[in-house]
Design a protein around this ligand. Structure first.
Ligand code: AMP
Ligand code: ZN
Length: 147
């Protein structure tokens, strides 16, 4: 599929077109935000670009800036309305990382307590990544960024 090509089989493109219903939270020229139909917690929102992009790798800098410009508005509205104890913003990129809808979306998951249903967590491998290894990895990534 060509970058930016219309993907009418995409469920989130259909939500933007209005052919699949959604509970709209926010919309501007470039982005659309709506309630997740299977929310993890009260106020679980998805923010998506109106132009089909499968994942972060496909964004231009301008597209990324336009998407993230809406994020503080949405986060503050959720904070004001629900007064959560915290909030997790996350994106799953690729099936292996848990992506199930292949139109980029940023999750906003207000957090209330330990039993609210969201289970973040990872196990830091500090012994595998001592500071010399981090220096090496940082260098390798910077080389990529500069190439
Ligand atoms: P992910 O697993 O990160 O790709 O997240 C996809 C999210 O999209 C899940 O949390 C689903 O509940 C949500 N979702 C799927 N279909 C719809 C829909 N029609 N309306 C709203 N949310 C949806
Ligand atoms: Zn799409």
């Amino acid at each position: 599929m060509k970058r930016g090509a219309k993907m009418t089989e995409c469920i989130f493109c259909k939500i933007i077109e209005g052919t699949i219903p959604s509970v709209k939270i926010y919309e501007d020229e470039h982005v659309y935000a709506f309630l997740d139909v299977m929310p993890v917690t009260k106020g679980h929102v998805l923010l998506i670009p109106k132009t089909h992009r499968e994942n972060i790798y496909e964004f231009s800098e301008e597209e990324a800036a336009r998407l993230f410009a809406a994020a503080p508005k949405i986060a503050n509205a959720l904070k004001e309305e629900f007064d959560p104890a915290g909030m997790n913003l996350l994106n799953n990129t690729g099936e292996f990382a848990g992506q199930s809808v292949f139109h980029f979306h940023l999750h906003f998951i207000p957090r209330y307590d330990d039993t609210d249903g969201f289970q973040p967590g990872w196990l830091p491998k500090t012994s595998e990544f001592p500071s010399e290894r981090l220096t090496e990895l940082g260098h390798a990534i910077r080389v990529q960024l500069e190439s």
